[in-house]
Design a protein around this ligand. Sequence first.
Ligand code: NAD
Length: 296
Amino acid sequence: MASVGFIGLGNMGAPMMRNLIKAGHAVKAFDLADTARKAAADAGATAVTTAREAAQGVEVVVTMLPAGAHVKSVTLGEGGLFAAAAKGTLFIDSSTIDVASARAVADEAAKAGHLMIDAPVSGGVGGAEAGTLTFMVGGPDPAFARAKPFLEAMGKTIVHAGGPGNGQAAKICNNMLLGISMIGTCEAFALAEKLGLDAQKLFDIASKSSGQCWSMTTYCPVPGPVPTSPANRDYKAGFAAAMMLKDLKLAVEAAQGAGASVPLGAEAAQLYNLMAGAGQGGLDFSGIIHMLRGKA
Ligand code: NAD
């Protein structure tokens, strides 16, 4: 079993860290929040008081932070993790961040003599707790091979998507498609209501026809047809609209940098921005149906 540093013990990081402990690893844990460090100690980790300490004397460092700026500030520079860790340490960044930052950080890790992968996840807090996350991994083959057993302790599906940054690329392409398809599904159900077509009837037909998609069959945005969807519990997240907005902004920004055309991705970002601006960013992202019905 290995010694692992874990930095960022929030909604996702804390349960991921607990699964590493369950798998028998010795974890040194750090978060800026005292409460998160205390909870980590209660779960069996050694809570440390600086990020640098979590990266010293360990074989692997996992980061699960809000955005690219946090990952850069924690890893880079004289006071950063890359300088603090022993050469050859494996870094796993599971935060969802912009592709450019992921590639820049991976470059610096290699220069410092470390191995690094970007390994963003899907599956949400439920998946993090159950250890069933999907990891989308970018990075060199030797880093992926070394990381795999650690990812398997926290997730179920692990896909190597290519070189540095490709994990983040996969994550934002998938979530951009999800945001667009959810809005499309909401529009179809809202139109059906206006046309006097029962939601269950639309579901019975469209879920077996060419309009079928995950947003409809797993996450149906109206109550009834899929009893487990957030629509049945007043759109309690689930996957918060604010998180979807973050991922759509990353997708649009990446598209601008790469010269790709994403008109529907940009429109989806605008619509989720309106939803968050109306104070509904904490609702599940399928709750955008309220706004599309004109009843925000
Ligand atoms: P969170 O806000 O609950 O947790 C982030 C943690 O990082 C906080 O505890 C915060 O105190 C800590 N932190 C911030 N800056 C730090 C620093 N410099 N040093 C140490 N700790 C620091 O967020 P989360 O929901 O756990 O999400 C983490 C990442 O996972 C994000 O990038 C998010 O986009 C991604 N993600 C989240 C979900 C989800 O459903 N919550 C799903 C998939 C991916």
